[in-house]
Write a protein that binds this ligand. Structure first.
Ligand SMILES: NC(=O)c1ccc[n+]([C@@H]2O[C@H](COP(=O)([O-])OP(=O)(O)OC[C@H]3O[C@@H](n4cnc5c(N)ncnc54)[C@H](O)[C@@H]3O)[C@@H](O)[C@H]2O)c1
Length: 371
């Protein structure tokens, strides 16, 4: 496999992956519409002798046809990615994410090609709340929280007897319970990809990335990426707003580990037709991540815990990595302390972007999704 197409490759994960693939001797083509929510004008000016850029849209079949020509593998990243925004921009999210993916398989079904592998960026969002345990009820997959309790500050998940449920790492066999339109589109992308891959005998892999962070993350997009949103707030002299009590947690995985897992999936045929979690394997609370970021930036007293909550937000989720460790020998190399250090040293080299956070929150409030 030599020629790799990365859709959405001008974005955060795709641009990091592109550099690594080129350094390993691959030929890389990017298909990306340079969405203005993510990119500023003329920002993407990458060049390399083995690199080609196609400005195009995954919603347009002719753009896919031009991009697929001569490709051996496709890494499909192009997506709208804001969980909150997906709740009121439903058509845009379904068009880009679902129709975009169905266009890919329409082309592979109907036109000549030589694609021999497809990797889809899925998301931990497909699990919703993920896996929990109680002594009385065993393994549980709680559905979205009771907002009456949440509004009284009871943010966690409780069993039938009122006991706090214990958080467990979420494995790939866990229940799929999307809690946002974004999550539904990622789950649908996965289903189309895994089903059509088998039907067309093209090995497919879905990677359920956890919260990815690191250099080249869009500092301009206020709709997603906790660390980039926090960073742009701070660099503009504003407070970081933390929802709930700040003890909600996520699995923050550093970009280099995500790139490594993706290349393992591309190169190792043991990955074919499988779904894998990709994460650090550890939960970190939102409070802790905010503190680590502000400490590394040398800034104090900028964290404000609001007690508000967003409809559709989950309380906790972190990845069980047993499958990807066993099948692909993947081992994350960055803990959050090292990852944040690397992220902040990159951040210090970046132009400060306009802070559009309050605009994004205003949209959520107007639509009734913040309480
Ligand atoms: N970053 C994360 O934490 C994370 C976590 C789980 C899953 N993912 C998935 O990984 C993939 C890449 O995420 P990212 O963080 O690099 O996002 P990103 O927003 O940085 O990049 C997405 C890219 O897709 C492009 N794009 C958007 N709409 C398009 C369209 N209609 N046609 C062509 N290109 C289009 C954008 O211009 C952008 O360059 C996405 O599929 C996302 O759902 C990301």
């Amino acid at each position: 496999m030599k020629n790799i197409l990365i859709t959405g490759g001008a974005g955060f994960i795709g641009s990091n992956l592109t550099v690594e693939l080129l350094s390993r001797g691959y030929y890389v083509t990017i298909l990306d519409n340079l969405s203005s929510q993510i990119h500023s004008e003329n920002e993407f000016n990458f060049s390399h002798k083995n690199f080609k850029f196609i400005q195009g849209d995954v919603r347009v079949i002719s753009d896919w046809k031009a991009a697929i020509k001569d490709q051996d593998a496709i890494i499909h990243y192009a997506s709208e990615t804001g969980t909150g925004q997906s709740m009121y921009e439903i058509n845009r999210y379904t068009n880009v994410n679902v129709v975009g993916t169905s266009n890919l398989f329409h082309c592979l079904s109907n036109y000549k090609h030589k694609v021999r592998k497809i990797i889809l960026a899925s998301s931990r969002a497909v699990y919703g709340e993920g896996k929990y345990f109680s002594n009385e009820e065993g393994v549980m997959y709680p559905c979205s929280r009771n907002y009456k309790l949440v509004s009284k500050g009871k943010y966690d998940h409780y069993g039938k007897n009122g006991c706090l449920l214990e958080l467990r790492p979420t494995d790939e066999k866990s229940m799929i319970q999307p809690s946002s339109v974004y999550a539904i589109t990622k789950s649908t992308q996965e289903q189309i990809t895994m089903l059509m891959g088998k039907a067309l005998s093209i090995p497919t892999v879905a990677l359920r990335y956890q919260n990815v962070y690191g250099p080249k993350q869009s500092l301009r997009n206020p709709y997603t990426g906790i660390l980039s949103v926090f960073s742009t707030r701070i660099l503009n002299g504003n407070n970081i707003h933390i929802y709930e009590d700040g003890l909600q947690s996520r699995d923050f995985v550093f970009i280099s580990d995500v790139v490594a897992a993706t290349i393992l999936s591309l190169e190792n045929q043991e990955s074919n037709y499988h779904i894998f979690n990709v994460g650090s394997g550890n939960p970190t609370s939102v409070n802790d991540i905010a503190l680590k970021l502000t400490n590394e930036l040398g800034i104090k007293n900028k964290i404000k815990i609001t007690g508000q909550y967003r409809i559709g937000d989950i309380r906790h989720n972190y990845a069980c990595l047993n499958k990807i460790k066993k099948v692909l020998d993947f081992e994350p190399k960055y803990d959050v302390d090292l990852g944040i250090k690397k992220f902040v040293s990159w951040l210090k080299t970046q132009k400060v972007q306009k802070d559009n956070y309050l605009k994004s929150i205003g949209e959520l409030k107007q639509n009734g999704f913040i309480k």
